[in-house]
Design a protein around this ligand. Structure first.
Ligand code: TRP
Ligand code: ZN
Length: 868
């Protein structure tokens, strides 16, 4: 690196010296030379005659102030400084940019044949010089000029106000967005599309045109996105009292996109993965993902756009809250328990792993080099858990009062996390002063709990001790305010009412000290305690449950999540125990009672099938890895595989009966039908390991009338390494090679193959005509899946997995640093592995560090990993 990139600190926030109230943009679109004219109304806020604008990779063509050519300026690295300016003026800037060569997919770029933009977090500065910070809110008008045949649709934020024709086959459209917004919410799209149209009438009678733009020929795959959008609009009115605020809502699906989707005002841009679906091309999980992401971006209209972030350190203000809202949306529409389980799996797996990595940070980070590196599981998912804890402490009614006050105070402005918490506290009279530490403290707290029953006094005591281990960037930790949701049960399954100091108390214990005891009175028999119900806080729980107690909770807990969690704790005990046994050369074993408990779940007629499927799903390799200081990749893999096989062998009849009985003739995405498919395919994943596995899987592939069943068969064949795997894989690729999105499923099976030669297969697959290192979805499905979900081969003892990762990262560092920076995450966790593996991973990181053009994104992560 010529100059090491500079960090920014949260504590250094300064309000802007100038603001921009209006900006008039004109885009003259051409593939390699697009001209952008920006006319801004600028006003001094603090005494300063110098205006400092952000800008990257721009050719500056002209600068004018109040209509006069202005030469009193200087272009420096990443900035334009304009001198000796009056207190108020109109600034005209002309810049030229090259969308075709923009492989980083930030700013204005071409995705397939279409022009599109991505401005969050700091991409607008690749379009023009600007005050590219979220606390500068301007009214935007946008005029787009382009070739009419290639780009019949010219879209931007707000309402279409004018259009016209030009000579030489060009035309133009002008858009006006009445809502002031920061530059990161700007969007422009130009291209040719098919459009799915619908209408929505809001509670107060506003007619909203809904338009979904997809590649030509894909209209029959946009229906679920439209349904999800309409459901989102209804739900936000019903649950949050929030209505849409423009006359048009547009969604554009593009194939080249760095993340999931983007909430640009009135014009969302989506990764086509989160729009396109029909039963032939999409799995049930794809459908659920579309519903969640469409909801997420729609909900941002209030939490993100109407109230935005003061600075990027406050990102969780909009993301944590919006994830909470989309999780609630999915839970209200589908199964609450299943949604909770899947969200908790993400926290306990990858989020806890992030907390334990060199990239650990609080949900509101204090120090950032590259903002794109902080769109993390911590900011999003843990951020949502923090909002959920506030919801738990205030209750739905108190929480909604808090939301109302938050909008009363901050609508139309840029706010902070402190502002949000203050609104919640003021509206509810719940003291959140200790709770706020969740925003500033990183790492995963551990709750160590033990209990005593006093027969004589009829009291039950819970002793709770909390501690948070030091993280790389923050050594000192303090006690947190942790809502601990509990319940006590009598042997017959009755709930024992909670009473402390003669008073009835709720299920939520306010744990605030490092060590605390809670004494419950009037407990007439030794109870079974259900702890951390609903995963009421993002912590690790340690409690010495007996097998009998866990099996009791699996059967009798009133709360579905608690039942599932008891099953997970039971499995965890035997996973740990067997890993230790294996390391000591002892044989694998799983007690009969454990198998019987899962047999009971499988046979239960009372539980919904989707929930049973979660019960029957083992924790992921990544989650299990997080339980150990040093990860023994092969032992964990071997134990998880053994458990799978032992369950398959012992529960064969029940699994087979369930598999048979759940067969469905027709495909629908109704909640019920989907749950049945999930359970049936979970059964298949076990049965695949038995003698008849190959014929069963093969038959399912042959008879499947939907992508869910097709993929379940292929995934089972892949993981169990069945003889039919090659036949299914080649049949699938000959059917779908024309469609990258569908082929991503195939690529990710190649990436996660347990076969010994997987790496050479992956390298070969990179020459597949459908694969491209320019497309982030392809990279993630083939290479991302290898790095993240093929631990045995990625961590191969000969270092081949690491070498491959290093090679790819060096290539992507140049073409798309944002994608490279997401891909590198598993390499940062080197310290979790044995010395031999650490050394090899370190070598790859050092190779990257030595590059003279290392992007900020990778620089930030690589230096953190190496300095640990
Ligand atoms: N704000 C977007 C969301 O959460 C995510 C986002 C941030 C993004 N930066 C991006 C999307 C860059 C695409 C590219 O919905
Ligand atoms: Zn978001």
């Amino acid at each position: 690196m010529s100059q090491s990139p500079q960090a920014k600190y949260r504590k250094d926030y300064q309000s802007p010296e100038h603001t921009i109230s209006h900006i008039d943009l004109t885009f003259d679109l051409h593939d390699t030379a697009t001209q952008v004219t920006a006319v801004s109304k600028v006003k001094q806020l603090k005494k300063s005659e110098t205006l400092v604008l952000d800008g990257e990779q721009l050719s500056l063509l002209a600068v004018e102030v109040d209509g006069q050519v202005w030469s009193d300026y200087q272009e420096t690295e990443g900035r334009l400084e304009i001198y000796h300016l009056p207190p108020e003026f109109t600034l005209t800037l002309k810049t030229e940019i090259n969308p075709l060569e923009n492989t980083a997919l930030e700013g204005l770029y071409k995705s397939g044949g279409a022009f599109c933009t991505q401005c969050e977090a700091e991409g607008f500065r690749r379009i023009t010089y600007y005050l590219d910070r979220p606390d500068v809110l301007a009214k935007f008008t946008t005029k787009i000029i382009a070739d009419k045949t290639e780009n019949p649709f010219l879209l931007s934020n707000g309402n279409k106000v004018d259009s016209g024709e030009l000579d030489s086959g060009r035309h133009w459209v002008k858009w006006e967005d009445p809502h002031p917004k920061p530059a990161y919410l700007f969007a422009l799209v130009a291209g040719d599309f098919d459009v799915l149209r619908d209408q929505y009438v809001t509670g107060s009678g506003r007619h909203v045109d809904l338009e979904i733009f997809v590649d030509k020929g894909n209209l029959n795959r946009a229906g679920h996105a439209m349904t999800s959008l309409i459901n989102s609009m209804k739900w936000d009115e019903e649950r949050f009292g929030l209505e849409y605020d423009l006359d048009i809502y547009m969604i554009v699906a593009v194939d080249f996109f760095n993340m999931g989707a983007m909430e640009n005002k009135g014009l969302n841009v989506f990764n086509s993965k989160f729009v396109l679906a029909n039963e032939e091309t999409a799995t049930d999980n794809d459908y659920l993902g579309i519903e969640a992401v469409i909801g997420h971006e729609y909900f941002h209209n209030w939490t993100g756009n109407r109230v935005t972030c003061r600075d990027w350190f406050q990102l969780s203000l909009k993301e944590g809250l919006t994830v909470f809202r989309d999780q609630e949306f999915s839970s209200d529409l589908g199964s609450r328990a299943v949604n909770r389980i899947n969200n908790v799996r993400i926290i306990r797996g990858p989020q806890f792993a992030e907390d334990a990595s060199p990239m650990s940070h609080p949900i509101r980070p204090d120090k950032v080099i590259e903002m794109n590196n902080f769109y993390t599981l911590t900011v999003y998912e843990k951020g949502s858990e923090v909002i959920r804890m506030i919801h738990t402490l205030l209750g739905e009614e108190g929480f909604q009062k808090g939301m109302k006050l938050y909008f009363e105070r901050h609508d139309g402005t840029a706010a902070t996390c402190d502002d949000f918490v203050a609104a919640m506290q003021d509206a509810s009279d719940v003291d959140l002063s200790d709770f706020k530490r969740w925003y500033s403290q990183s790492g995963t707290p551990t709750l160590k709990v033990d209990s005593q029953y006093d027969t004589e006094a009829q009291t039950f005591t819970l002793n709770v001790a909390q501690s948070t281990p030091a993280t790389q960037e923050q050594k000192e930790k303090q006690a947190l305010h942790i809502p601990l949701d509990i319940e006590l049960y009598a042997k017959n399954g009755d709930v024992i009412p909670l009473q402390c100091n003669g008073l009835k108390v709720t299920n939520i214990l306010d744990v605030k000290q490092e060590k605390e005891s809670f004494v419950f009175e009037n407990v007439q028999e030794k109870p079974v305690v259900s702890l951390l119900r609903e995963f009421s806080a993002p912590v690790k729980l340690e409690y010495d449950y007996s097998d009998q107690e866990l099996i009791f909770l699996m059967n009798y807990a009133k709360n579905d999540f608690a039942r599932w969690d008891a099953g997970q704790m039971l499995l965890a005990k035997y996973i740990r125990e067997n890993v230790a046994k294996l390391q000591q050369g002892k044989a694998f074993s799983l007690p009969e009672e454990v198998l019987d408990a899962f047999r009971g779940v499988l046979l239960s007629q009372k539980l919904e099938p989707a929930f049973v499927a979660e019960f029957m799903s083992l924790p992921s390799h990544n989650e299990v890895s997080g339980w150990f200081d040093t990860v023994d990749v092969d032992a964990i893999d071997s134990v998880l595989t053994s458990i799978k096989k032992v369950i398959a062998v012992n529960l064969e009849d029940e699994l087979m009966a369930t598999y048979r009985v759940l067969e469905q003739k027709e495909y629908t995405i109704e909640h019920d039908a989907l749950g049945k498919r999930t359970l049936r395919n979970t059964c298949l994943s076990y049965l695949a390991h038995l003698d008849d596995g190959n014929s069963l899987v093969h038959a399912q592939y042959q008879s499947a009338n939907n992508m869910t069943d097709t993929m379940a068969a292929m995934a089972a064949a892949n993981l169990a390494q069945l003889p039919c795997r090659e036949e299914l894989m080649s049949d699938f690729s000959s059917k779908w090679s024309h469609d990258g999105l569908v082929m991503d499923k195939w690529f990710s099976l190649q990436g996660t193959s347990p076969a010994e030669n997987v790496l050479s297969v992956i390298k070969e697959t990179m020459n597949h005509p459908t694969f491209s290192l320019k497309n982030p979805n392809r990279i993630r499905s083939l290479i991302g899946s290898f790095l993240n979900a093929n631990p045995v081969h990625f961590h191969a003892k000969d270092g081949s997995g690491y070498e491959f990762a290093g090679e790819i990262l060096r290539t992507l560092n140049e073409s798309n640093p944002q994608v490279a920076s997401r891909l590198i995450d598993p390499m940062l966790k080197l310290r979790r592995y044995d010395a031999h593996r650490q050394k090899m991973m370190r070598k790859e990181l050092e190779n990257l560090a030595a590059m003279d053009n290392l992007a900020k994104d990778l620089y930030e992560k690589v230096t953190k990993a190496l300095e640990a």
